[in-house]
Ligand binder design. Structure first.
Ligand code: GAL
Length: 362
């Protein structure tokens, strides 16, 4: 046994150790989004229930802070690392240190890029998230029905597009899935992106910031909709951005006095947005059950601690620039207003009171 052993070993052969002697470092990006709080709590609770020690850290969306936290987890003897990266390309030296100390690394929801030292990836089918978001936009506009058949609406509809942070690998998968789905409708002119901004670079929102999305929507309204036309649909890849977009629209009079709120999509089923969907303000969100993701992270961490390879269900899709990272991908589900009760409330993800108030009880 090179290292590992009793107590503060870190890495090495851990298969003979008791859970209480093993520590899992969990690095999460930010607490400003409640999804990451739920993710962090779920992973911690599930690991602690099995007797492991957990070092859970949030980095306030600051890259140096996250690098430092991961460095510290390594020096303090973590046996496995679970990391949801802020910038998927910024952790190479930390991951090299982890590999040198034989600490397996699990990328959590966001792929860590440009490093050979990512051992496993747990996430959702991110391309399908984008397809689902674009489909919800088409359904909301009436161009398509929920069963995928052609809708009765003809258009042309004026829409705008948003994407996530360019340094997050997921943002590209979401946008690709969405654009592949929207392209035929843009080509046959039933959809028109009035601003002309259709590349991911033009529509990306750094760090997934709500305020930045609000500002971009305000700018779009001033620059492209100052001629009496109205934006009718907005592709938004994440509920936080959707709330910024909706605020900008409401400030410009949308959703009041006969001015229709455009169809706005989302992702993550954040409680404030679930309320907006329930109130008929936001069209939909994509639900990714973070409880299941946390469970997968725990299963993968345990496999590594027992010196086994976790089971992957995808060994092709997630090339991180150096290697294809074996992945376990979970399915996703679109939530429209009618789905809130059966999908989110009945499964215990949110209570009916939380949906009504728009606030998590914690
Ligand atoms: C992505 C994640 C999304 C959303 C977004 C903003 O990486 O896949 O579900 O949470 O970050 O936090």
């Amino acid at each position: 046994m090179a290292c590992g052993g009793e107590g503060a070993g870190g890495g090495g052969d851990t298969s003979g150790n008791k859970p209480a002697d093993l520590t899992i470092g969990v690095a999460m990006p930010t607490q400003t989004s409640e999804r990451w709080i739920a993710d962090g709590n779920s992973v911690k609770e599930k690991l602690e229930a099995k007797g492991y020690k957990v070092d859970l850290q949030y980095a306030g969306d600051d890259i140096p802070t996250q690098s430092q936290q991961v460095d510290q987890m390594i020096t303090q003897g973590a046996d496995v690392l679970v990391i949801a990266a802020i910038d998927g390309t910024a952790l190479s030296s930390q991951l090299q240190a982890a590999a040198d100390a034989k600490i397996p690394v699990i990328a959590y929801d966001r792929l860590i890029r440009d490093s050979p030292n990512v051992n496993f990836y747990v996430s959702f089918d991110n391309y399908k998230v984008g397809v689902a978001q674009a489909t919800a936009l088409l359904v909301g506009l009436g161009l398509q029905n929920k069963d995928g058949s052609k809708g009765t609406a003809k258009g042309p509809f004026d829409i705008e597009l948003f994407a996530g942070s360019l340094d997050d690998n997921n943002a590209h998968f979401f946008f690709d899935g969405a654009m592949d789905t929207l392209k035929p409708f843009i080509d046959d002119k039933s959809l028109r992106v009035k601003s002309g901004q259709t590349t991911i670079e033009q529509v990306a929102i750094l760090r997934w910031q709500q305020e930045t999305a609000q500002r971009r929507m305000e700018d779009l309204l001033t620059s492209s909709y100052n001629d009496g036309t109205r934006v009718q649909g907005v592709l938004s890849p994440y509920d936080g951005l959707s709330r910024g977009i909706i605020t900008a629209l409401q400030n410009a009079g949308y959703g009041a006095k006969g001015v229709k709120m455009p169809v706005v999509t989302g992702q993550d089923a954040e409680i404030a947005s679930v309320k907006l969907i329930n109130d008929g303000v936001q069209n939909s969100t994509i639900f990714k059950d973070t409880r299941l993701l946390a469970e997968q992270a725990v299963v993968a961490a345990e496999a590594f601690l027992q010196e086994k390879e976790p089971q992957a269900n995808d060994t092709k899709t997630y090339d991180n620039g150096v290697k294809v990272v074996p992945s376990n991908l979970l399915p996703v589900q679109t939530v429209y207003k009618d789905d809130i009760k059966p999908v989110l409330v009945d499964s215990g993800y949110w209570t009916a009171e939380e949906v009504a108030s728009g606030q998590a009880k914690g």
